[in-house]
Structure formats: C-alpha cells, structure tokens
Design a protein around this ligand. Structure first.
Ligand SMILES: Cc1cc2nc3c(=O)[nH]c(=O)nc-3n(C[C@H](O)[C@H](O)[C@H](O)COP(=O)(O)OP(=O)(O)OC[C@H]3O[C@@H](n4cnc5c(N)ncnc54)[C@H](O)[C@@H]3O)c2cc1C
Length: 495
C-alpha cells in the first residue's frame, strides 16, 4: 500500500479543522518533525501545498516529474548578480521526492562555527551524531553496490590523473532488490527513500493526518491558539478557503517559502535577510565514448580535494536535463539528438554570498535576490577551471560551461576563458538553499533560538533548511533532518 491509500490522508476537508500541532510543509524537515511528534502521541496535522504524486507515478528526472513535483516546473529565477536559477520541490514529501539522496553528515568545523559564532547550545558533531546514526539506519543510507556508472567513472579518472582526492558519496537511494524492480543498473538509480515512503508514511501510521494540495496563506495569533488561513485545492480552478486552529505550529516550507510565510504573517524581524545557497556552475562534457545510459540514474562520484571551499560532482544527465543545459549553445543544440550518449553534466559549487526573501504585493511567490561577492565569484572561476581540467584529463573532447563564452572549450589552454567569470554572462543554479531564518543563541541577530523557536512569537517554530546558520558546504538534507530531529525531541522534552 502506498501513502496515497493511507487512511490518514484527508481528501475531503471541512471548512474548519482543529489540531494540536500543525506542521506546514512535508519535506525532510517537516516529515521528520511530524513523525516524532505523532509517535509521541501528539495530534499532528501536516499541511502541504503541493499534490500527492505517488512515488512510482513518474520516471525520476523526467520532464513529467519536473512538471508534477517541482514549484514552477523546476525553474525559478533569483535576481541579483550573477543570475541564479533555483529549484524547489512542491509536492507531498517536498525536495526529497525529486532529489538525488546523496547523504553527507555536517562537517565538524561547520558545527563548531555555529556553536561559536551563533552561540547555539548542544550542536557539536558529538551532539548530532546520534541523530545522524538513527536517520542513516532508518533511511538505509550506504554506498551504492556494484560498479559505478560510466559518468561517475570519468570524474574518478580525471581526479586520479590530476592527483585530486575524490569519493563515492553515500546515498539514501535504496539499492539491491528494490533497485532491480526499479530497473536500475548502477550508482544511485534505485528507489528514492523519499519522505512519502519513509517519515511521512510513518507519521501517518502513528496517527498524524495529511492535508495535501493546501497552501497556508497566513498565520494569526488569536488568544492562545494559532489560526491558519489556508487555500485547499490551491492548484485547482476553484480553491476553497479553510481555517485551521492549532496550539503549536512548525513551519517547514523550505528556505524560500518559510520566510515568505512568516513575513506575510507580519513576523519580519531578521526573517529572510540571510538566505544562503551553494552557487553552482554546470559544465556539460562530451566524451569520445558512451557514458550516458539514459536511465536517469544519479551518478554519485564527487571530488573533495578543495573542500570545504568547493566540491565537484556529477549531475543527473537525462536528455531533458541536457536540453536545459544546452539552451545556452543554440548552435550546438543538435548535439543532444546525435551525441547525448556521450554527454554528461558535471558541476562545480562554492558556498558564499547572501540573499533576501521578500513578498511582492499581488504575487504568489516571493522574490529572491542574491549576490555573490567578488571573492566568491573568483573562487567559482577557479573551481570551474579545476573541474574543466579534470574532465579534459578524463578524455572530454568538448566542454560547454553554463556561461556565455562564445563556444565550447576544447583544450586545456582554452580553460583560461573561465579565469574571470563575467557577472552578467554567468548562469548559476542551485538546488541547495538555506539559512533564511537561522538559529542563534541569546544576543544574536537571528529570528529563531537555539532550538528553532521563533523569537517573539509563542508556540511557533521553524523546522527546515531555513534554520541552518551558514552553508553546510556538503549536501544539506542530512543536516536538515538531524536538526529537525534534535529540535523536535527538545520540544518534547526528550533531549
Ligand atoms: C533536484 C534536487 C536534487 C537534490 N539533491 C540533493 C541530494 O542529493 N542530497 C541532499 O542532501 N540534498 C539534495 N537536494 C536538496 C534537498 O532536497 C533540500 O535541501 C531539502 O529537500 C530541503 O528540505 P526542507 O524540509 O527544508 O524543504 P522542502 O524539501 O523544500 O519542503 C518544503 C515543502 O513545504 C511545502 N510548502 C511551502 N510553503 C508552503 C505553504 N505556505 N503551505 C503549505 N506547504 C508549503 C512545499 O511545497 C514543499 O513540499 C536536492 C534538491 C533538488 C531540488
């Protein structure tokens, strides 16, 4: 039985609903929170703006998946310099339903900085270790079995030739028998251990209710309760207004939508002023031999030689994703039709820059403004040259970086064209956003306290990527889940 058949799912809702705890958003932060609270016997209602799309309903990384599971079809543009497009999941399970499941614990030095600069209690590597251990066991995190994919092998080969340190990422994609049923062959192309298959499902088993396709417009304090004004059927032609009353609210709408909701509700102090992201430059490489199996799998190899400043990874390289990347090379667009089996997308990413989230009157989605400093941009230039050298060393015959350069790079000498990335002509993207409502101890300019409670608002918490104090530098989902778990246990008095 899939989550779509669960009795905890509310398919016809009344005009008024009451609950003890409302969790807004069902991504990794919201799902982990809902699971723990429901298992502790609390009356939990999860409210999710996006639809319930059964995990098996669309092929991973297909155009269909982008349309059904992402906000705005997967492409939202942030203003600033350089331009950054970003992608957010918008469905039951949030980003976990579309992501790659690559799993990294937060590095100890990042946590040490949070503890020191943000004066957060109980957040060292040792404090978080039990949360990571539990999550890893529950999601079945591990290395992929068998041979790595040809696309991964190219990155490994380039790293070996240049003497760079590299590794096979852990993943929560399920391997083995499940992988065989999903038609997977190598790397992380089994089944996603997404939230709708795991924590959210377990929360419903423990008695939580789930209201999908329902957007929370605003929160209002009335007496000792919260009133949530929501639109049910928010994607349909005639959405219905519903009012929800809750004693406690956990907002887990993700790093862009959470500050937007708080600000719409009049909660603005320090909210949405420090958005962070991993700024990513993609390079599509064409090799002489076939490297792309076209099965939409996630290549898991990564180069960590320059960590924490930069990471180089493989990216999903289905034909749909290749087409998006090659839009910047109209004269080479036909390459996809003829050469896609020899093409793969790789990325260089850095942490840095700062952004704002603001609502615009009359617009449904907030505006995101983001700027990388000159230093961050110089780091990204260096990182993209290093990644380019690796790919050429592994036998790439042409590189198509996501910056308008006037043609592909075909030799090591031509890599110097990446030495100064032009702000206006560089097209960055990110799938890792965070830090828009960071946690902080007493006296810090942070909207939430050491455990995610919103300052100046009673019984209101944040429980998602917004809470991360700074860039985790590694893929963020494990950090988000561990922090959500820690904070939910603290709320329950069980820490
Ligand atoms: C393509 C892609 C690949 C990725 N790969 C990886 C990876 O391999 N490893 C990794 O660690 N991370 C990865 N990430 C990032 C990871 O998925 C996110 O960091 C994570 O999902 C964020 O969790 P969250 O709980 O903060 O919010 P989200 O996952 O964004 O969930 C928030 C949910 O809240 C809902 N919501 C928002 N506002 C409202 C509202 N007003 N009312 C009701 N509901 C609302 C949204 O619809 C959404 O479903 C990837 C992301 C993408 C997009």
């Amino acid at each position: 039985m899939g989550i779509e058949d669960h009795s905890g799912l509310i398919d016809r809702c009344a005009e008024r609903i009451a609950c003890e705890i409302a969790v807004v958003g069902s991504g990794p932060g919201g799902a982990v929170t809902a699971d723990l609270l429901a298992k502790a016997g609390r009356d939990v209602l999860v409210i999710e703006e996006g639809p319930l799309v059964p995990a098996s309903a669309c092929r991973p990384y297909s155009r269909d998946e982008m349309e059904r599971k992402y906000r705005n079809g997967g492409v939202t543009v942030g203003l600033g310099g350089p331009k950054v497009t970003y992608a957010e999941g918008c469905c039951v399970g949030g980003g976990s339903e579309v992501n790659a499941g690559l799993y990294y614990r937060t590095p100890g030095d990042v946590l040490e900085r949070w503890s020191r600069e943000f004066r957060i209690e109980g957040i060292t590597f040792d404090h978080l270790a039990p949360h990571f251990e539990t999550i890893e066991k529950q999601l079945g995190v591990g290395e992929t079995r068998g041979e790595i994919s040809p696309q991964s092998a190219k990155l490994r080969e380039g790293a070996r030739r240049l003497g760079f340190s590299s590794l096979n990422s852990l993943t929560s994609f399920r391997a083995g028998a499940e992988m065989a049923t999903a038609g997977g062959t190598a790397d992380g192309d089994g089944q996603r251990a997404s939230m709708s298959r795991t924590y959210l499902r377990w929360a419903l088993d423990a008695g939580a209710r789930l209201l999908a396709d329902t957007r929370v417009q605003t929160l209002r304090r009335e007496g000792d309760r919260w009133r949530l004004r929501v639109l049910h059927g928010s994607r349909g032609a005639t959405p219905r207004r519903v009012e929800i009353a809750a004693d406690h609210v956990f907002v887990a709408g993700g790093a862009v939508q959470t500050p937007a909701l708080l600000r719409r509700s009049g909660i603005k102090r320090h909210v949405g002023n420090s958005l962070g992201l991993h700024a990513t430059l993609k390079i599509t490489a064409r090799f002489r031999d076939e490297i792309n199996r076209g099965n939409g799998g996630v290549p898991t190899w990564a180069i960590d030689e320059f960590a924490p400043r930069s990471y180089f990874t493989c990216a999903v390289s289905s034909r749909e994703y290749l087409a998006l990347e090659m839009l910047q090379y109209p004269e080479h667009f036909d390459e996809i039709e003829h050469n896609w089996r020899r093409m793969g997308i790789y990325s260089a990413r850095v942490s840095g820059g700062r952004g704002y989230v603001r609502n615009l009157p009359g617009f449904r989605d907030p505006l995101v403004w983001f700027r990388l400093s000159d230093r961050d941009l110089a780091e990204l230039s260096e990182a993209s040259q290093q990644l380019g050298s690796c790919l050429l060393a592994a036998g790439a015959e042409a590189l198509f970086p996501s910056v308008v350069l006037g043609g592909p790079i075909e030799s090591a000498e031509q890599l110097s064209r990446l030495a100064r990335l032009p702000r206006r002509a560089t097209n960055l993207m990110t799938i890792h956003l965070f830090s828009s409502c960071p946690m902080g101890g007493e006296g810090t300019p942070c909207p939430t306290d050491s455990f995610g409670a919103v300052r100046g608002a009673e019984q209101l918490h944040v429980a998602d990527a917004s809470l991360l104090c700074t860039a985790p530098t590694v893929n963020p989902q494990a950090t988000i889940m561990a922090i959500a778990r820690r904070n939910a246990l603290h709320f329950l008095g069980a820490l």
